[in-house]
Design a binder for this molecule. Structure first.
Ligand code: SF4
Length: 416
């Protein structure tokens, strides 16, 4: 996938490691703490939990002086680049810079006085700290002096269902960028978040053609994970698939760790980052199911995420009728049936165990396989389950009878 060419910015230092955004850097995943920054212990614990989940950058809100006062301690106790999220009070940005923050997020529209914005820009320039210049659909305010430009753009985007809003967001971004460029400050990335997936896609597409700064993608106020995930993945996935976007935050009204997990999964699915940990394939179940597959899948998912770091493919399938086909390419697979599970490791049938032993046995095989891969005695994706169609329709139907008897000869094993 060809990525849009942009400038590159760097976030972090020797203590945290440096995350590059834009240029030839991999797309990074960000999230934001949900607690109060001034509650140092809780804030540090939350940041460390996010880092353990795989976040590359974490943002914290600093609405009060007490929040920026907490930053030095927080920065010393964490090892991930941290962004200070500043609204309204330019002093918070200056204090955060003084505390050693790695990046500032600023919406210049929230700061009345241009001199105040300039002071923040100068402080960041002095310390080589990047700034995200962000507009949010919800925070833009129409102003008379920009009316003409907006009307021009509004006509340009007239075909879009929210062309007016899109014009407003781009106008604002242009206006804000002028402030930074007037001071010859280019250490920025841009965001223009909307809560409407279609608007987000159209706006970021447009921005990507107008500016060469790296883009921070996001759908703002996307809601709880159940619906927010779809809204975010639709918008961000579409953009990323077009090569647009250099860092992202998925935002949920939920535990921020889910934001990290889903952001990473999106990048892995698009091949934009090398997968860390196991890839889980699971069937949706159907009338052929004879085990509690949903509970098993959830338990396997949790354990894999806790224990497996090697990017092996693990399949949990409900039966041997369609399971082998859908699990093709899996390193480890279990095919369930009649309250039992038949476990395969790279094509070799290893065990046939009762339902209550499937989880433990499957994990044992995953751990063993992980050790073999690390030791170089096994290779990921080396062998696969090869399928000879089981139980042709019309002969014995679903194959359940055979599974019940422990016969699974229908599945033959071969090397890829
Ligand atoms: S693998 Fe078997 S149980 Fe699962 S959906 Fe496919 S046919 Fe149904």
């Amino acid at each position: 996938m060809e990525r849009r060419k942009t400038r590159q910015i760097s976030v972090g230092n020797e203590h945290t490691g440096i995350v590059r955004i834009g240029g030839d850097a991999e797309v990074s995943v960000q999230t934001m703490t949900s607690g109060y920054t001034y509650e140092i212990d809780a804030c540090v614990a939350e940041i460390n939990r996010m880092a353990a989940a795989g976040a590359h950058i974490v943002r914290v809100a600093v609405p009060k002086r007490v929040d920026t006062e907490a930053l030095p301690e927080i920065l010393s106790q964490t090892k991930i680049p941290i962004v200070a999220d500043v609204h309204f009070h330019y002093q918070r940005a200056l204090e955060a810079v003084e505390a050693g923050i790695h990046k500032i997020r600023l919406n210049p529209g929230n700061i009345d006085d241009r001199d105040q914005v300039n002071r923040v820009i100068d402080a960041c320039a002095e310390r080589d700290i990047p700034i995200r210049v962000g507009v949010n659909e919800g925070s833009i305010i129409e102003r008379k002096d920009k009316q003409l430009r907006m009307e021009e753009l509004g006509k340009f985007f007239a075909d879009h269902h929210q062309g007016h809003l899109m014009a407003l967001m781009i106008t604002k971004l242009e206006e804000y960028l002028e402030i930074f460029e007037d001071r010859n400050f280019h250490n920025v990335c841009l965001s223009a978040k909307s809560m409407d997936a279609r608007l987000a896609i159209a706006t970021y597409r447009e921005i990507s053609t107008r500016f060469d700064y790296p883009l921070h993608l996001g759908v703002t106020h996307a809601g709880p994970r159940e619906t927010g995930a779809i809204r975010s993945v639709v918008a961000l996935g579409a953009l990323l698939a077009e090569g647009i976007g250099d860092t992202l935050r998925i935002s949920y009204a939920s535990d921020p760790v889910f934001e990290v997990e889903d952001g990473l999964e999106m990048l892995w699915s698009l091949g934009l980052r090398e997968r860390k940990g196991a890839e889980l394939i699971a069937c949706p179940t159907c009338g052929r199911i004879q085990v509690d597959l949903f509970s098993l899948v959830q338990a396997v998912r949790q354990k894999l995420s806790d224990e497996i770091e090697v990017p092996m493919k693990v399949a949990v399938m409900g039966c041997v009728v369609n399971g082998p086909g859908e699990a093709e390419g899996a390193d480890i697979a279990v095919f369930a049936g009649d309250r039992r599970g038949i476990i395969y490791v790279q094509g070799a049938r290893i065990a046939n165990v009762p339902e209550d032993e499937i989880l433990d046995r499957l994990l044992l095989e995953c751990r063993t396989f992980q050790e073999q891969v690390r030791a170089g005695t096994a290779k990921l994706g080396d062998k696969r389950v090869d399928i000879v169609p089981p139980d042709p329709i019309g002969e014995i139907g679903s194959g359940i009878e055979k599974i019940a008897q422990g016969h699974v000869e229908q599945i033959s094993i071969g090397e890829s």
